[in-house]
Ligand binder design. Structure first.
Ligand code: 13P
Length: 251
């Protein structure tokens, strides 16, 4: 499986800025990417098509979207369907990012519906899970992860192609805070996610990627990627500048 370096640009960058950053990144990384690595950019909806254009022909670059609604079409004002994302050039999308859960109020049940619908529609899905600091302090790490994973994959066919379902462990307390989880914390959470996937999906779980996200920077990326059960990173703040993200990707 390829190690995945995913840039979640959140609600940053105009379409013009996004196109320029993507083009710069391709320039910095092309020809230097280690074998077995791929890079995904997840810009805002309005920047999907321009970024798709900037990535055209760039080997091992993928386009992803940050969100979608689990319906083909209909009266869902403000929402975007998986089919629209595929048409814009995206091959993956996030589901259950902590900001959607905790700022926008998405429930475990909705995240589960989205994950299954996105996959069924032809997108790959990056299902994000992670505990809040009070949950960690209360000793609830594993029960929170178990609840989010079981609900998240509730309706996913058990024979799903493993490369199409990616898990991302993003402890909420490490997102945008500069406080990166330590190796012991990452190892423990990722081993638990892997064991849950194995219980649910059987042998194919070993080919599902588990990303770490939360204050990944150029100076900690290589140490994180080297850990057991870490198959890539999902990067927010440090992915916004092409130069900084290229140092993570090339680490
Ligand atoms: P930061 O890298 O800014 O902590 O954000 C992580 C994240 O939420 C990626 O999805």
């Amino acid at each position: 499986m390829n190690t995945l370096f995913a840039a979640n640009w959140k609600m940053h960058k105009t379409a013009a800025e996004a196109r320029q950053t993507a083009a710069e990144l391709v320039g910095l990384v092309s020809g230097k990417l280690k074998a077995g690595r791929e890079v995904m950019i997840l810009p805002s909806f309005t920047a999907l098509a321009p970024v798709a254009e900037a990535l055209r022909g760039a080997a091992n670059f993928l386009l992803g979207a940050q969100n979608f609604y689990p319906q083909k079409q209909g009266a869902f004002t403000g929402e975007v369907s998986p089919g629209m994302l595929l048409e814009a050039g995206a091959s993956f999308a996030l589901a259950g990012h902590s900001e959607r859960r905790h700022v926008l109020g998405e429930t475990d049940a909705l995240v589960g519906t989205k994950t299954a619908f996105g996959l069924e529609s032809g997108l790959g899905v990056i299902l994000c899970v992670g505990e809040k600091i009070d949950e960690r302090r209360a000793g609830e790490l594993k029960s929170v992860l178990e609840r989010q994973i079981r609900a998240g994959v509730r309706d996913v066919p058990r024979d799903i192609a493993p490369e199409r379902l990616v898990l991302a462990y993003e402890p909420v307390w490490a997102i945008g805070t500069g406080e990166v989880a330590g190796p012991r914390e990452i190892l423990e959470a990722h081993a638990f996610v892997r064991s849950m996937l194995a219980e649910i999906f059987g042998a194919s779980a070993s080919a599902m990627r588990i990303l770490y996200g939360g204050s990944v920077k150029p100076d900690n990326a290589s140490e994180i990627i080297a850990l057991d059960n870490v198959d890539g990173v999902l990067v927010g703040g440090a992915s916004l500048k092409a130069d900084e993200f290229s140092r993570i990707v090339l680490a």
